[in-house]
Ligand binder design. Structure first.
Ligand SMILES: [Zn+2]
Length: 494
């Protein structure tokens, strides 16, 4: 198969606050996809970033009594730190205050010019969402996302002629030209389109923006409104402003796939506004938009005011970050909201990682060490046992299908079927007892471990590396000569 140019993005977060565990979830999900596509040989570009032009930053900086530039720099750093702590394999982290982003945002504005006009406007504005709401979209007069009362704003702004794209948008979403996953979110977008698309505001007065943000080309009394600005980060990171090589490779190219990973709160902006902007600018569309669920704590959305925010860095100080990756991917439905609890975390850790994978690796390697000379002369890559052979090829397929459908939890549970198959094999064949087939049994188990290590690579990259280190083989080698080197337990019991 030819290598595909595969571009995966996360949402760029508002940096006016600290990241919570939900931010980590999204970045880890996208990281798994990026690593998986690298594993199958695709040419991958993985992007994350920070949305620094939001009005919220101005307000936070005012509250803290510091310059906005300093606030966003400090706060973006906290989001960037997720990369280090959770071993995220971003190829780039774009800040919307960077030159390449500013130039790109202004370029796409120019490219959409035929659909842009100015009008006097009065509307209900939620600063949290950076969006105007219609009266009927509010819940009891409050923003459905933030449960806060929107402000009444009146000024002369630029608008984008979205209504013109009503039918086109409907076709694109209905026919999966841009596929929205899951189906329920696709239907949500369709019903929003069917309710009638209105033109949307794409600028605000420089005065209301406190001078913060990107100038509207040719009109410095106006700043580009945050969504029109922020959404273009995806192509700006690839060098849209200078029509760069990466832009032509990963966005405009023929053999490409673009996937946006986002939360449900920003679905409309991605599935409607962004696509309409791209059409207007004469650019290609992304291929898929994957919408993940939220992590709740005691059934509530995390928020500072409730005081139930799970800090991913505090969590990573207490527990192995690989175990946190595992828990977030395995415990929650990728598309539904899921409730976080420390109890569940520790239960899963002990059952799946300590007693499950960790124990299996330790057990097999202990047996292998005793028969080192006999085992290390073996050169098998396929198990001699038919049951093993079958389940390994079946699970590779199952993992692939689940991963390509964003079912991270199902792919992990498929891999863990091989863990429990191996445990049963040990019991059934009493592989710890001396017999003339003992070495053969152990080699079969080592082969299973090598397959597990390769399968978990996108999910638990460091654990995968540790297992291969203990086995002394590389998965891509034609012939395996195990060099047994039993290490420390992978996941000590809590
Ligand atoms: Zn809101």
């Amino acid at each position: 198969m030819p290598r595909k140019n595969f571009f995966i993005t996360t949402a760029i977060d508002y940096v006016n606050d600290k990241p919570h565990i939900g931010h980590a979830l999204e970045k880890i999900q996208a990281d798994v996809l990026a690593r998986y596509h690298r594993q199958i040989g695709d040419n991958v570009f993985f992007l994350s970033g920070a949305d620094e032009n939001s009005l919220k930053n101005v307000r936070s900086a005012e509250k803290e009594g510091i310059k906005v530039e300093d606030l966003v720099k400090k706060n973006s750093g906290r989001f960037y730190k997720l990369k280090e702590v959770f071993n995220l394999s971003y190829d780039d982290f774009i800040r919307t205050t960077s030159e390449k982003h500013k130039n790109g945002a202004q370029k796409i504005w120019q490219a959409c010019k035929k659909d842009i006009y100015k009008k006097r406007y009065k509307g209900l504005y939620c600063v949290g969402c950076e969006a105007f709401y219609k009266e009927e979209e509010l819940e009891n007069g409050l923003c459905p996302e933030h449960k806060t009362k929107p402000e009444l704003v009146e000024e002369e702004d630029y608008f984008f002629n979205l209504s013109k794209y009503q039918n086109r948008m409907k076709e694109i979403i209905k026919n999966d030209q841009v596929k929205i996953i899951p189906e329920s979110r696709k239907n949500e977008v369709l019903s929003f389109i069917n309710s009638g698309l209105s033109d949307f505001c794409i600028s605000r007065s420089a005065a209301r923006a406190h001078g913060w943000g990107i100038d509207v080309p040719g009109d410095s009394s106006q700043k580009i409104w945050v969504w029109f600005d922020a959404l273009s980060n995806y192509i700006n990171a690839l060098g849209y402003a200078d029509n760069g090589k990466k832009f032509n490779e990963f966005w405009q190219g023929e053999n490409k796939k673009v996937i946006h990973v986002i939360g449900k709160g920003i679905l409309r902006f991605h599935a409607i506004y962004w696509l309409a902007m791209l059409i207007s600018a004469g650019l290609k569309l992304p291929d898929e938009i994957f919408v993940h669920g939220y992590i709740t704590v005691d059934r509530y959305k995390m928020s500072k005011s409730i005081g139930n925010v799970i800090d991913p860095f505090e969590l990573a100080e207490k527990y192995d970050p690989e175990a946190i990756r595992y828990f977030l991917l395995r415990e929650f439905s990728p598309i539904e909201d899921g409730d976080f609890s420390y109890n569940r975390f520790e239960e899963r850790y002990n059952s799946d990682l300590a007693s499950g994978l960790g124990n299996l690796v330790a057990r097999v390697l202990t047996m292998a060490e005793k028969l080192k000379p006999e085992i290390e002369k073996g050169t098998a890559k396929e198990p001699t046992n038919q049951g093993f052979k079958k389940i390994i090829s079946f699970l590779w397929e199952k993992r692939k299908n689940s991963l390509e459908n964003f079912k991270f939890n199902d792919s992990l549970s498929a891999i863990w079927e091989l863990v429990s198959f191996s445990d049963k094999y040990i019991e059934k064949n009493k592989t710890w007892q001396e017999s003339n087939r003992q070495a053969e049994h152990i080699v079969n188990l080592l082969i299973a471990l090598a397959n597990i290590a390769e399968m978990i690579k996108p999910f638990l990259p460091k654990t995968s590396e540790k297992i291969f280190g203990q086995l002394g083989v590389k998965f891509e080698e034609e012939i395996w000569n195990f060099k047994i080197n039993k290490g420390k337990p992978l996941f000590p019991r809590l």
